[in-house]
Ligand binder design. Structure first.
Ligand SMILES: *[C@@H]1O[C@H](CO)[C@@H](O)[C@H](O)[C@H]1NC(C)=O
Ligand SMILES: *[C@@H]1O[C@H](CO)[C@@H](O)[C@H](O)[C@H]1NC(C)=O
Length: 156
């Protein structure tokens, strides 16, 4: 009985304090930080050029040597779907620029808070406990560049 009362009191206290901590509810209590790790696992010991960005952050262009990693952490945005897209480039056979959404809250929310991706030629593989979940590269984004450039081309 005493125990039950304590639980009820705890729940009441939580409910009473909820409005004040509303802004932090998801990130602090349910989703602390999400960490994304990108590891160069291309075969042939090739360097990997990675550029990832979200609506708010641009991590810049990074060069990863074989087996080297890049990591970053963020708090999930409670108001909108958090998403980081990356372009990845390497040389040699099957090389070129490839695209992938390395973090998509809708897709990954239930899967990981420590999201470790092994980058292979065939696509990025997410490490899930004892297995890897591999994805395909995204089809290239539409090229807006030409249209935008022609808009700002003056005097033509
Ligand atoms: C993130 O990268 C740094 C520098 O490479 C490394 O020291 C650190 O252990 C990494 N952290 C995680 C969580 O992988
Ligand atoms: C991420 O997506 C945005 C919007 O489609 C695009 O403008 C940007 O170039 C992409 N970033 C990378 C690194 O691919």
């Amino acid at each position: 009985m005493k125990h039950n009362n304590a639980i009820i009191l705890a729940v009441l206290l939580f409910l009473l304090s909820a409005p004040a901590t509303m802004c932090h509810t998801k990130s602090d209590l349910i989703r602390p930080h999400t960490t994304v790790v990108v590891v160069n696992k291309l075969d042939g010991e090739r360097p990997l050029k990675v550029h990832c960005q979200s609506h708010d952050y641009d991590l810049g262009l990074r060069m990863l040597m074989p087996h080297q990693q890049l990591n970053w952490s963020f708090r999930n945005n409670i108001f909108e779907n958090e998403r980081f897209n990356c372009s990845m480039e390497w040389g040699g056979e099957g090389g070129g620029v490839h695209w992938f959404d390395i973090y998509d809250e809708h897709r990954d929310f239930e899967r990981c808070t420590y999201c470790r991706w092994l980058i292979k030629q065939t696509g990025p593989c997410l490490c899930l406990y004892d297995r890897e979940s591999c994805s395909h590269w995204k089809t290239p984004p539409p090229v807006h560049a030409a249209g935008e450039n022609s808009k700002v081309r003056l005097g033509v």
